[in-house]
Design a protein around this ligand. Sequence first.
Ligand code: ADP
Ligand code: MG
Length: 137
Amino acid sequence: MTEGPDATERAGSDIAATLRPGDVVLVSGELGAGKTTFVRGALRALGVTGPVTSPTFTLARRYDGDGVEISHLDLHRLAGAPDEEDEAILADEATAARITFVEWPEMGGELHLTRAPRAHVRLAHAGGDRRAIAVTR
Ligand code: ADP
Ligand code: MG
């Protein structure tokens, strides 16, 4: 449970400490649950200093972390039915050299990522600024 965005960012930075290149982290939860906030915290801990926003319209955004490349996906706009072009992007995105975060993984159809997820984070509204965070590894 977190009481505000800063605490959710810290939860993201905690998970970041356990990640290596090639790891894929799925991040689920309703709109506003804090998925991007969680990923922002993880990216800060991985050495990303610039803005971190949902790549909703671009599907994927790459970042240079401290010695590691990061990919941040948001599959919301696929609405569960990726077309061929989307599939090609997904197939290319999660490589052995990158750490990959995926918002709205359930919208990716069969989610043709080349790698199995390392962790699945689920965020849920719990009243006001509180959020429940569950991590499955
Ligand atoms: P999502 O990516 O799931 O749609 P965002 O992280 O973009 O969600 O937005 C979450 C919004 O909720 C932000 O405006 C953030 O400031 C607010 N918020 C309030 N409390 C929390 C909390 N405990 N954790 C994360 N975000 C929170
Ligand atoms: Mg988001």
